[in-house]
Design a protein around this ligand. Structure first.
Ligand code: 13P
Length: 261
């Protein structure tokens, strides 16, 4: 089963809509069409940037896609501050990140919330990028595989095989996010392989073989080649390195198998 590598740039709460336009233009300029035959690329800007990114991507027929960093579990109504998946779909979003560790930690999101958001994303035709990952204490206790599989089961509980087939999973060890401490390629492979085996029992072997599993945590152009070279690692969810056009374009080109732009 060949899975097209996928690189998604999670901008987090960085760049206003004007800065977003400048960055997307620079990335698109650096990555000619030939790269997009070998790697799928998405940017995940703040909500307030999405309309500007949509206008640029559609107007200039860019080959990169885009998504949002979160969505409401609800469709519409009296949920002040929430953003519906229906709105994101209307803006042409392909992806939405759910359960990022910064939302699990900073906004009290548990697996049940992540499941509700994943379900909402699927309902509105968005591809959820479902994030899981362990903290340093869990890793040091050697319980990281069990911890990640428990989060995976909780975040996908009760979904059908057809629904699971539409999900992207991102393994992001919390201790590697924004710290410069990248997990070794073997660490990434260990958890991603266990995730794939678990997906086979949650859905079936064919679905598990088709789902893309990303690694995230201090990914840069220096380490992406080794990481995406692992059997069960199909790409990367990139934070800091996605904010610099040259670096992000280089990283995408490496994931595509070269040449460098
Ligand atoms: O959290 C991340 C992406 O979602 C990773 O962030 P960094 O690449 O900045 O470590």
């Amino acid at each position: 089963m060949s899975r097209t590598p996928f690189i998604a740039g999670n901008w987090k709460m960085n760049l206003n809509h004007l800065e977003a336009i400048a960055l997307v233009q620079k990335i698109a300029f650096s990555l000619p069409a030939k790269y997009f035959e070998k790697v799928d690329v998405a940017v995940i800007p703040p909500f307030t940037d999405i309309r500007s990114v949509q206008t640029l991507v559609e107007g200039d027929k860019l080959l990169l896609t885009y998504g949002a960093q979160d969505l409401s579990p609800h469709d519409q109504g009296a949920y002040t501050g929430d953003i519906s998946g229906a709105f994101l779909a209307k803006l042409g979003c392909t992806y939405v990140v759910v359960g990022h560790s910064e939302r699990r930690a900073g906004h009290g999101e548990d697996d049940a919330t992540v499941l509700a958001k994943t379900t909402a994303a699927l309902k509105h035709g968005l591809t959820p990028i479902v994030c899981i990952g362990e903290g340093l204490d869990v890793r040091e206790a050697g319980e990281h595989v069990a911890h990640n599989l428990e989060q995976l089961r909780g975040s996908l509980a009760g979904l059908s095989a057809d629904q699971i087939a539409k999900v992207v999973v991102a393994y992001e060890p919390v201790w590697a996010i924004g710290t410069g401490k990248v997990a070794s390629a073997a660490d990434a492979q260990e958890v991603c392989a266990a995730v794939r085996t678990e997906l086979a029992s949650l859905a079936n072997v064919d679905t598990a073989a088709a789902v893309r599993i990303l690694y995230g945590g201090s990914v840069s152009s220096k380490n992406v080649g080794e990481i995406v070279g692992q059997t069960d690692v199909d790409g990367a969810l990139v934070g800091g390195a996605s904010l610099k056009a040259d670096e992000f374009a280089t990283l995408c080109a490496i994931a595509a198998g070269g040449p460098l732009p």
